[in-house]
Design a protein around this ligand. Structure first.
Ligand code: WT7
Length: 652
């Protein structure tokens, strides 16, 4: 049966948008780029790498010892020099690096010279505290300028940063700091969020009280002016540390393959993985993609409205744009504070020409209605980007028409924390766009669609998304766990990187992403493992068992559904349901709070005791149930179906 909605979707999907002539004519990427890259992919990447500034030029390009790659391995460079010093030396010190807008409405701009001064000072301060090349430093902050400053200062002295998104809980901080034995933790007193103060420092204190043997120093930037405890000898105010430091700081010479950062991401187990990114290849990947995918030019004002705590911010707020000498916007808060036109007022104020945001945000804007958009002049925009999850064709069209004024190409960019940089994407001057499709692999990226046997599927078919050749910004492994790296990405198929996404490829070779194929949910573009949420639930004293799955959601893409059975056959109450949701938020982070929670005397299991997740997903999404004959007790399913899943009374 085809519903009206399904027919509308088909009509929207079949629309085509060739590149506007004025974009095509001057675009950084011209049609020949694919062939050029294809004819010598490693050489093509090397030509991008040579645009960086090397302290010792590389003579080697790719060393592939599957599945471990080294790129430009005999070269030496420093990421902060590439992001800052290089531009200042070229006479661009007065150029704005970031326009900063705080949630309460405070605004200022930071030039490349000022950013270099701040980074040098903080780098000196870190060195004085004893932080040295090869160490790891955790950073747990909101979106304030000190966050990129701290990252670049680490890069300057050769310490790897491990940024922990400010929405994470104390337990999440604890696990991450201890997993990679960070010697320092950089945070702030608090962060602004919808007019409230998020207690960042207090969260750190509560994490530290559970034991962080490697941690020697905590550095606290002032943002919200709330009272915080400062432990003598361990805790330092940022502004006091940097006050006497000079604005010059000798950068470390780093090998291209030295660790630039760790970023933890959720996998299919309860333990997050510390994804490793190194220096030379990573900077090459983010610089090339930022320049070609967003068609970035010197007179653009570029805004990636993500949080630096996720990879999108690392690659496309910090390293990519700064390496290209870009002028960017950083905004601290949420899009609906103080009102639902906040983003559009920012676009208008700074004359933003390139905007990069997520489908979940676009769907929220759709729901709020175009009147908030119409209040502002958005004619400065020329390129729009989307990232984080598949964008549904309706949201794509809305973005194109209402934000882009039917004038701006929309680039739907598919990539992952692991890939470091954009992998499958349109190029604005080249690609004919299809709403809902990420279109084609970026030049010199070899992606394919394969079946269960790892064989390439003919055009028109679907399967697993894989990458066939190494690329410069690829992860170099998982911190402390090479086996898990091999198991997770390189064991299902021989010689193919398994991304974990299902994808269809149409007759013209364009990719349409379908979502994850593993037990990973995508809620508002955040990657959350079902197992992580299940273990957080089971951690509560009254819970006997829990199973978690995702359910389609109009705004957030997926919403978290939890099925919980309580100890002693307790039927549960609404209050307890709230308590359990809060428990998950406290254990993991506010963005992991289940939207739906249902108590059930038992979970549906096979006779061998495996929870039948497929069935739970069917129940959660209200679908007809598939085969239930393998169930140990089919009564459980009837019982569950008869209970409507209850929605959270309170949303984050
Ligand atoms: C997963 C990676 C990449 C930065 C943000 C998320 C999904 C991401 C798209 C897109 C369809 C997408 C995939 C991927 N995803 N972008 N344009 N179309 N799906 O990074 O947390 O590492 O998550 O996000 O499922 O595997 P991440």
């Amino acid at each position: 049966m085809q519903t009206k909605d399904a027919i509308d979707t088909l009509l929207v999907e079949s629309r085509r948008f060739p590149p506007p002539p004025e974009v095509a004519k001057n675009a950084n990427a011209q049609p020949g780029v694919y062939e050029e890259a294809q004819s010598d992919p490693v050489g093509w990447w090397a030509s991008w790498a040579r645009k960086l500034e090397w302290m010792k030029p590389f003579t080697q390009t790719l060393e592939w010892n599957e599945p471990f790659a080294k790129w430009f391995a005999d070269g030496e460079l420093n990421a902060s020099v590439n992001a800052l010093d290089r531009h200042v030396r070229a006479g661009k010190g007065t150029r704005v690096a970031y326009y900063y807008e705080g949630e309460p409405g405070d605004r200022w701009s930071i030039t490349y010279q000022q950013l270099l001064d701040d980074v040098s000072r903080f780098a000196n301060a870190l060195r004085k505290l004893g932080v040295k090349k090869g160490d790891r430093v955790a950073i747990y902050m909101g979106m304030i300028p000190e966050l990129p400053v701290a990252m670049l200062a680490c890069a300057r002295i050769g310490a790897a940063h491990s940024v922990i998104f400010g929405g994470f809980s104390p337990d999440s901080i604890l696990d991450r700091v201890n997993d990679s034995q960070c010697v320092a933790l950089v945070t702030a007193d608090g962060a602004w969020r919808r007019g409230n103060k998020v207690p960042l420092k207090a969260n750190c204190d509560s994490a530290i009280s559970k034991g962080m043997p490697s941690l020697k120093h905590v550095i606290v930037a002032k943002r919200t002016d709330q009272h915080v405890h400062m432990e003598p000898g361990r805790d330092h105010w940022w502004h006091e540390l940097v006050a006497a430091e000079p604005t010059t700081c000798e950068p470390e010479r780093m090998n291209a393959e030295d660790l630039l950062y760790l970023l933890y991401t959720s996998g299919t187990t309860a333990r997050p993985k510390g994804i490793k990114h190194t220096t030379g290849g990573y900077l090459t990947g983010v610089t090339a993609t930022h320049k070609l995918v967003f068609d970035y030019k010197d007179d653009d004002v570029y805004w990636c409205a993500a949080d630096i705590g996720w990879v999108t911010g690392h690659s496309y707020i910090v390293y990519g744009p700064l390496c290209n000498g870009a002028t960017s916007v950083i905004y601290e808060g949420t899009p609906d504070y103080p009102d639902k036109d906040r983003l559009w007022s920012i676009v208008e104020r700074y004359k933003v020409s390139i905007l990069y945001t997520a489908p979940t945000a676009i769907r929220a804007f759709m729901k709020w209605g175009p009147e908030y958009v119409r209040k502002h002049d958005l004619r400065s925009l020329r390129i729009l980007g989307s990232v984080g999850e598949p964008i549904n064709p309706e949201a794509w069209i809305w973005y194109y028409e209402h934000i882009g004024g039917s004038r701006c190409p929309v680039v739907d960019t598919w990539w992952q924390t692991e890939t470091g940089a954009i992998m499958i994407t349109p190029l604005p001057g080249v690609t004919t766009l299809k709403p809902g499709s990420a279109t084609k692999p970026f030049p010199a990226i070899f992606a394919d669609v394969v079946n269960d046997a790892g064989e390439s599927v003919a055009l028109g078919g679907g399967g697993y998304c894989v990458i066939k050749q190494p690329w410069p910004s690829m992860l170099r492994g998982i911190w402390g766990d090479d086996d898990r790296y091999v198991q997770t990405y390189w064991s299902k198929f021989q010689h193919l990187y398994l991304a974990g996404d299902g994808v269809k490829r149409d007759e013209e070779g364009d990719f349409w992403f379908m979502g994850r194929i593993d037990d990973v949910m995508n809620v508002s573009g955040h990657r959350i493992s079902t197992t992580e949420v299940e273990s957080a639930l089971v951690d509560h004293p009254s819970v006997a068992e829990a199973a978690v799955c995702g359910k389609l959601d109009e705004i957030t893409g997926q919403a978290i559904v939890a099925f919980v059975s309580l100890k002693g056959g307790d039927p549960g109450t609404n209050d307890l349901a709230e308590e359990l949701r809060d428990h998950v938020a406290t254990k993991l982070g506010r963005f992991t709070r289940p939207k739906y929670l249902t108590f059930t005397p038992e979970l549906p299991k096979t006779r061998s005791g495996k929870i039948m997740r497929r069935l739970l997903r069917d129940i959660a999404e209200g679908r007809m149930l598939g085969d239930t004959t393998t169930l140990a007790d089919s009564g459980v399913v009837e019982e569950l179906r008869s209970r409507a899943i209850t929605e959270a009374a309170k949303e984050d």
